[in-house]
Ligand binder design. Sequence first.
Ligand SMILES: *Cc1c(COP(=O)(O)O)cnc(C)c1O
Length: 405
Amino acid sequence: MTAPVTTRSSADLIRAEEPVLAHNYHPLPVVVARAEGTWVEDVEGRRHLDMLAGYSALNFGHRHPTLIEAAHRQLDLLTLTSRAFHNDRLAEFAERLAALTGLDMVLPMNTGAEAVESGIKVARKWAYEVKGVPADRATIVVAAENFHGRTTTIVSFSTDETARQGFGPFTPGFRIVPYNDLAALEAAVDETTAAVLLEPIQGEAGVVIPDDGYLTGVRELTRRKGCLFIADEIQSGLGRTGRTLAVEHEGVVPDVLLLGKALGGGIVPVSAVVGRRDVLGVLRPGEHGSTFGGNPLAAAVGTAVVELLETGEFQRRAAELGVVLRGGLSALLGKGVVGFRARGLWAGVDIDPAAGTGREISERLMREGVLVKDTHGSTIRLAPPLTITTEELQGALGALEKVLG
Ligand SMILES: *Cc1c(COP(=O)(O)O)cnc(C)c1O
């Protein structure tokens, strides 16, 4: 096995970050030096089970052999052209991603926030050119407690004060309605509405799953009112919930789909706006772009990710192991867990405040060799790689039981 590059200790590296690294994160005190599959190893050689999986960017685990091979092969051929020229990997990536999602066209970008920004731009342009909304009057309806990224426009329609405070002035044109409330959505959508932008399951809010029928209702409402339904599946998509997409649980096909995180296989940032031809078709040369979007390394890794998902194996594992996860969490109800929401291999677990804050539970789990992250206050999120085994999952649940006891 390849030896880690650094010879410095964890404590030394954590201390060294403080004066030179912006303090926009508060990481758990673990310094990871290498990883494989569901396990990460710190610089002292201690192993930890990764129950966060890079916020679902590592759905296939660390360094999945198929993905690493695709990346290595591409590194030896071609890494970047910019879109000033064609590259020989992009057509296949777009073809297969469109086929996987049942949509027509792909706009390749890099990060999730860029996919969201791009989706907003496309929806606005569609509203002016196709729907006939008067210039600069387009609105986009979003849900309270959303998480769509960190750019100035995106935090403009966040309801999280920590994400907004001090970053104004904000971008106008957004209306915020309660999540999981069709009547409120109906009241907010009018003739200026370009799109309704939602997470089919709200990840950062604590894996909040809407009532059955909500997504179907959003689809029906947006069709009837003549606006787009944009589903942000950057965290919920690509196998996490036991289906390729979370909207599939209700058989819903959005007009525009936003993908990211796991699309890059945990190797490179890859995101995409995927949509119907009559929507993405509004973009013409020069109107939007990205230097790195659609680069051949990203396309090669993204294509390999789509190939893994085409087998259905990961969706099936998430569904089957999801039963184990729900069973284990049910057994902890009343024993330090006051409630949980789960779909596939994804759960938001509300911890009894008497047992500790989400942060404290995360720190105790770290000492047991299990890595998780708190979301809000007393909620922790479990989102292991979809390659996790039943035994590993049961080990994580056992560790949770222990630290709550
Ligand atoms: C993570 C996330 C984003 C932003 O992705 P970045 O790659 O961090 O910019 C957007 N939407 C959802 C639902 C996410 O979970």
